[in-house]
Write a protein that binds this ligand. Structure first.
Ligand SMILES: Nc1nc2c(ncn2[C@@H]2O[C@H](COP(=O)(O)OP(=O)(O)OP(=O)(O)O)[C@@H](O)[C@H]2O)c(=O)[nH]1
Ligand SMILES: [Mg+2]
Length: 460
């Protein structure tokens, strides 16, 4: 789809379909101004529409002269537009019928229906934004937390793309030096392999930092997974309900109530957190419970953060001790629940069994819950969750960055292995450069573009 019909004028409804104050039909391409002239009757007659001005008027069907709606229309002359082409936006009342009718009129006047993401694709193809910025458009639209919006906005401004382009430039310079060594072997002494290997260190370091940031990026997108685990009846489901402030999971005094995972997402301190309430850990008493406990163990392995619950009104059991030992050095909290009841648990006993910080709550009364939430946020920040824009949030970027790094490692190994195999070094560098180009869009195939822009909504 990508480049072959770039000369068409495209049109789409750019706001969600539904009843609302305004809806927008957007038109982009060489015919945009002509289409506006055929459909729009300004309130005060004008010889021409000035660029980047807003006009009040009516949309009138050219053949029947029927008035469709009262609208605000703006004509934006390229290249100072989103797509760098001429763009017309018609702000009408938002209703299914009106928007549909308006869109049909633009099509009747020569526009073609835009495909999902085609406006942004044109912004990319015209060089107004790079591919990371195009992807950031979708990221902004989908962001659900403050932190997510912040990182997406940084990406939209092109910070990530710029850093990648700088790394790519560095690699291109290195490649030029390697190619010089290839072309003029008699002067190879002037291109010492060890110096080249040393010059690979800064780009490698930058790549490693970006790759490491993906963990945080994924957290921003998918949320931090906090698993609530412990023996049956210690109050795991009660805690989940308390954190969500809703009766989400079933709570009874019968041990073994929760059998499946119960999960819900909330935002804490601007970060998305997915809480997972699990089946109580004990030797399973039937097949259903066995499956539930298996799921619990799997979820535990995936957790970013663990809340291991114990019942403060009972002594610590050997099973709980064993669980805590298994958890070992992972990040989390040991949570003593039911502090509203007379306490039978020996705290120093608990502290000896685990290196996790210990915290006391009552899921029943809400005691200590605010403190617990604050500790969760602290632990999130401790994990180095920063939101400064040099964060990789897309799996696609992560893949290419990892491959790029691998190529550079290879190149460095070749260079330090003594007898430098210049051809092989050049190949690795070329591959590394190509991987970065795939991220920024400097070297990217139509199939990849189709996949990326296919995820967009219509009208974007
Ligand atoms: N007094 C008191 N009772 C609590 C507290 N938290 C939970 N309970 C009670 O403990 C019992 C078990 O609570 P649940 O939340 O179902 O416990 P669970 O850990 O989810 O249990 P399973 O799903 O069986 O593993 C219920 O009767 C709760 O009302 C608390 O902080 N104080
Ligand atoms: Mg439960």
């Amino acid at each position: 789809m990508t480049t072959k019909d770039a000369a068409d004028t495209i049109a789409a409804i750019s706001t969600p379909l539904g009843e609302a104050g305004i809806g927008i039909v957007r038109v982009s391409g060489p015919e945009a101004a002509g289409i506006a002239r055929s459909l729009f009757r300004p309130r005060r007659p004008r010889p021409q529409l000035l660029s980047h001005h807003l006009y009040l008027g009516q949309i009138v069907a050219p053949d029947s002269q029927e008035v469709i709606d009262e609208v605000l229309l703006t004509f934006m002359q390229g290249p100072r537009t989103y797509t760098r082409e001429d763009v017309v936006e018609i702000h009408c009342h938002s209703g299914w019928g009106v928007l549909q009718r308006l869109l049909e009129l633009t099509l009747a006047c020569g526009a073609r229906l835009a495909r999902p993401g085609e406006f942004t694709l044109r912004a990319f193809l015209s060089g107004r934004i790079d591919l990371t910025q195009a992807e950031a458009v979708l990221e902004v639209i989908k962001a659900r937390t403050d932190a997510g919006v912040r990182v997406a906005a940084e990406h939209l401004q092109g910070h990530l793309g710029r850093e990648l382009k700088e790394i790519r430039e560095t690699l291109l310079d290195l490649l030029a030096r390697v190619e010089a060594a290839l072309d003029f072997p008699e002067e190879t002494a002037e291109v010492p392999a060890t110096a080249l290997a040393a010059d690979l260190a800064p780009p490698l370091e930058a790549l490693e930092a970006l790759i490491a940031s993906y963990r945080e990026g994924r957290l921003l997108k998918e949320g931090l997974l906090v698993v609530i685990a412990g023996a049956p009846n210690v109050g795991k489901s009660s805690l989940l309900n308390r954190l969500l402030a809703q009766e989400r999971a079933i709570v009874t005094e019968i041990p073994g109530t929760t059998r499946d995972l119960v999960e819900e997402v909330i935002t804490l301190g601007g970060v998305m957190v997915r809480f997972s309430d699990t089946a109580g850990l004990r030797p399973a008493q039937d097949q259903v419970e066995e499956l539930g406990i298996k799921r619990t163990r799997e979820r535990l392995a995936q957790a970013d953060l663990l809340l291991y619950l114990v019942d403060g009104s009972r002594p610590l059991t050997p099973e709980a001790r064993q669980d805590l030992e298994d958890i070992g050095e992972r990040i989390g909290l040991a949570v003593i629940n039911k502090v509203d009841l007379p306490q039978e648990l020996n705290i120093s006993d608990l502290q000896q069994s685990t290196s996790l910080p210990v915290i006391k709550i009552s899921a029943l009364t809400g005691d200590g819950i605010d403190d617990l939430k604050a500790r969760i946020v602290d632990l999130t920040l401790m994990r180095g969750l920063n939101t400064t824009g040099k964060i990789v949030t897309q799996a696609r970027h992560y893949r290419h960055l990892s491959r790029c790094r691998d190529c550079l490692h290879q190149a460095r190994n070749l260079l330090t292995e003594g007898e430098a195999a210049w051809e092989l070094v050049a190949l690795e560098l070329q591959e590394a450069i190509r991987e970065l180009g795939e991220i920024t869009g400097q070297e990217v195939g139509d199939d990849v573009l189709d996949r990326i822009f296919g995820e967009f909504c219509l009208g974007k």
